[in-house]
Design a protein around this ligand. Structure first.
Ligand code: NI
Length: 398
């Protein structure tokens, strides 16, 4: 590979005005999962402006593009998610959401602008040097079950040319602005969902002996599920079981016929995931049976565990240390219990998912909050990070 004439960060700084414009346009008109039509139009317009032909699909809002198709060398795919959240924005930004109840509260606007910025700097001067670069604009990351990665993969995200590596990133307010976080191996959790209907016998609350009492049984189920976390799995293997919704009853002196519980199970290993599902099913049934109630349990699989491939992660982290300075490239010291459908690409192709620092001292922030407003300086680091990752991976043969 010929040497570059300037660091990626300097190149990214020169496209910052364009990245800011793209980001604020995305932010102004946020769209929920699988409704990203205006967002797709903006992505398509930006790619065309950069001279990169976009591929779009009828009835699906994802966009695929490739730069340097004539190059030989490892093919690296870069992915940005596109969807917003059902949150009403309270940031007061000049380009705050036009739509009540919709907001880019998870930074996907920043991810898209960084990917376009990376495309801009990688496609300069005749395109990438080490091999083709695939750009993936993926809808519906927030959807939680089927998500947007699988439908994009079905439409050829990882083929023609066959993708050798995949890289993604997510803004992270717990990491200082200017830093990038990496971690090898299992990094984000598998997230499954359960829906439990406990059926007892309703009646007057003064005569509880006539029924199985669905409220009492549901309460035992909630408590009994926590014993799975403390007594079934290995204490060194992280698991979360949370009940997020309990619905039953209408007033103080009537026992309801049924209570509905909904919740989530987060695990880091496939074996633990299967074990928690079967243990939870058994526990819920046996608690209900012991109290004479009937129970219906739906257990729905969401995204799998996100596993960063060690060799690719090392190649990217080393390239980033040279580009950003070793102090700015930090190993994240624990896995995260959040889930991400970037895991679907990593099930098929080696690669890595990075955390992009947007934390600013004295300005506490959290993802999915109505006041989340990541600093625009992160756009430069984010675009440079993606370009650097491409270079790092194209240097290491697949
Ligand atoms: Ni997100």
């Amino acid at each position: 590979m010929a040497p570059r004439d300037e660091p990626w960060t300097a190149a990214a700084r020169r496209v910052l005005p364009a990245m800011r414009a793209w980001r604020s346009a995305f932010h102004l008109e946020p769209e929920l999962s699988l409704e990203e039509e205006r967002t797709r139009e903006k992505v398509v317009a930006a790619l065309e402006e950069l001279g990169i032909p976009p591929r779009t699909f009828p009835g699906f809002t994802g966009v695929i593009a490739t730069i340097g198709t004539d190059r030989s060398g490892p093919v690296v795919a870069l992915r940005a998610d596109m969807d917003a959240l059902p949150v009403t924005e309270e940031t007061g930004l000049a380009f705050r959401s036009k739509f009540p109840g919709k907001m880019h509260a998870c930074g996907h606007d920043v991810h898209m602008a960084c990917l376009l910025g990376a495309a801009a700097i990688l496609s300069r001067d005749g395109g990438p040097r080490g091999g083709p670069v695939r750009l993936l604009f993926q809808p519906a990351e927030e959807q939680g079950e089927r998500g947007g990665a699988l439908p994009l993969i079905e439409r050829g995200a990882l083929e023609r040319p066959k993708v050798d590596y995949v890289v993604g990133q997510h803004v992270d307010p717990s990491l200082p602005l200017g830093q990038v976080g990496w971690r090898s191996g299992p990094f984000m959790a598998a997230a499954d969902r359960f829906h439990i209907t406990v059926r007892g016998r309703g009646g007057h609350a003064s005569s509880p002996h006539q029924g199985p009492d669905a409220i009492l049984v549901a309460s035992e189920v909630v408590v009994g599920m926590q014993a799975l976390v403390s007594r079934v799995r290995d204490p060194l293997d992280p698991v979360v079981v949370s009940v997020g919704s309990v619905h039953g009853g209408t007033r103080h002196n009537i026992l309801p016929d049924e209570v509905v519980l909904e919740g989530t199970v987060r695990t880091m290993r496939p074996a633990t995931r299967a074990q928690m599902e079967s243990a939870l099913r058994r526990r819920v049934r046996s608690i209900a049976a012991s109290l004479g109630a009937r129970v219906r349990l739906q257990y729905v699989h969401g995204y799998p565990t996100l596993v960063n491939e060690p060799a690719a992660t090392r190649a990217v982290a080393e390239a980033l240390a040279v580009e950003l300075g070793r102090a700015n490239v930090v190993e994240v010291d624990h896995p995260l219990m959040g889930a991400e459908d970037f895991s679907r690409y990593l099930e098929r192709v080696p690669g890595t998912f990075l955390r992009l620092g947007v934390g600013v001292p004295g300005k506490p922030a959290s993802l999915h909050s109505a006041t989340f407003a990541p600093d625009e300086r992160a756009l430069v680091i984010g675009a440079a990070t993606l370009a650097t990752a491409v270079e790092g991976l194209q240097r290491s043969p697949p």
